[in-house]
Ligand binder design. Structure first.
Ligand code: XIL
Length: 347
């Protein structure tokens, strides 16, 4: 038996994965075995997003989230709450009044407060850290024109962190975003976090979503952002890591994805399996990133992969639906990829 990932990195950083509903309810014994042997921290892939927790105003549904928390506690895992304030997977009612008109700033702030207070109070002392705000900044460093931003203005970020801190003073509070390696987003996030800190806000960490590709981005760009964030005096976490081997439609390279793509065979070259040489490249890429994380282990608190096996990955359906991707550490038969042993060896 090889050393497990979590054991190999035990004195460096926590090793996590995202759990889907099937896994939360322990319906898949092979996935369950991997989750429990390889990882020491878990994030709910979807069930703690606002559209599931509060599908209608004042109607909270904690069934799946409760189950996630109970499962993690049973196995002594570090629990991460994902995510409170995000433009995506937020219920439509959040921004509208009964007549369907956009709500005022005051109403939206009150809805944010109630959502955050209700959720954090329920899991007070049980969830170690929350992705309080997700994806507020664009590639060019400007504010995303989300409903939260349009209705409240940039203060929505400070308020979200304030509400979270009020509800669970001991919980760690994080800002999480993707393509953090881009210079524009790096600068935008640094300035947003600085402002939050100057106003006395509590922020404990920055999550760099690791939605990576086999040939993009450059390690040095990722490293620059990692250092810039750490210099703010917060923990850095690599969240949502996977390395897609599939061609990314041009528009998705460091650009906002507003286009809907349709399936096409050219974009799905490994429908019958991943050739050995590609798997080697993928392994090298994983090793390069883990080597970078190890180099900065004093700054990195946690590395979380976005799913257990390739079959679980959202990349099979995003940004192009119906493809076959191979972006995770375990294959569709629950076997560790050949390079997992190498990652363990460099730990
Ligand atoms: C994704 C999930 O993996 C999918 O199952 C879901 O359909 C859409 O959301 N950034 C985030 C994550 O912060 O919550 C997203 O997760 C991926 C992008």
């Amino acid at each position: 038996e090889r050393l497990a990932l979590k054991a190999a990195f035990a004195d460096k950083f926590a090793i996590g994965t995202a759990l889907n509903l099937n896994q939360i309810y322990e319906k898949d014994s092979k996935a369950k075995a991997l989750i429990e042997s390889q990882f020491n921290t878990i994030t709910a892939e979807n069930c703690m997003k606002a559209m599931y927790l509060q599908p209608r105003e004042g109607e909270f549904n904690f069934k799946d989230a409760d189950r996630f928390v109970e499962y993690g506690e049973k196995h002594g895992m570090r629990l991460i709450g994902h995510t409170l304030i995000w433009h995506s997977q937020a219920p439509g009612w959040f921004f509208k009044d009964k007549e369907g008109k956009e709500v005022s700033k005051e109403v939206l702030i009150e809805r944010m407060r109630k959502h955050i207070h209700t959720v954090l109070s329920r899991y007070k002392g049980r969830i170690k850290g929350w992705d309080v705000v997700n994806e507020a900044i664009l590639d060019n460093g400007e504010w995303r024109q989300s409903k939260f931003y349009q209705i409240i203005g940039e203060d929505f970020v400070r308020l979200a962190f304030q509400f979270a801190h009020e509800a669970d003073p001991d919980a760690e509070l994080y800002y999480n975003d993707y393509s953090m390696f881009l210079e524009g987003r790096r600068k935008g996030v640094v300035s947003m976090v600085r402002k939050l800190q100057e106003k006395g806000g509590k922020i404990d960490g920055i999550g760099m979503q690791g939605h990576l590709n086999i040939d993009y981005p450059a390690l040095s760009d990722f490293e620059n952002s990692l250092l810039a964030f750490s210099a703010l005096g917060v923990k850095v976490m690599i969240t949502e890591m996977e390395i897609s081997v599939l061609p990314a439609p041009k528009q998705t390279r460091g650009a906002e994805v507003s286009t809907r793509f349709t399936y096409n065979k050219q974009l799905d070259p490994y429908a019958k399996g991943l050739p050995k040489d590609k798997e080697l490249l993928l392994g090298q890429r994983y090793k390069d990133f883990f080597a970078l994380f190890l180099k900065h282990r004093d700054k990195i608190d946690r590395v979380t992969v976005w799913g257990v096996t390739d079959g679980d990955s959202w990349k099979n359906n995003w940004p192009v639906p119906g493809r076959r991707d191979y972006p995770l550490l375990f294959d569709r038969n629950y076997r560790p990829k050949s390079f997992v042993a190498d990652i363990i060896d460099i730990a």
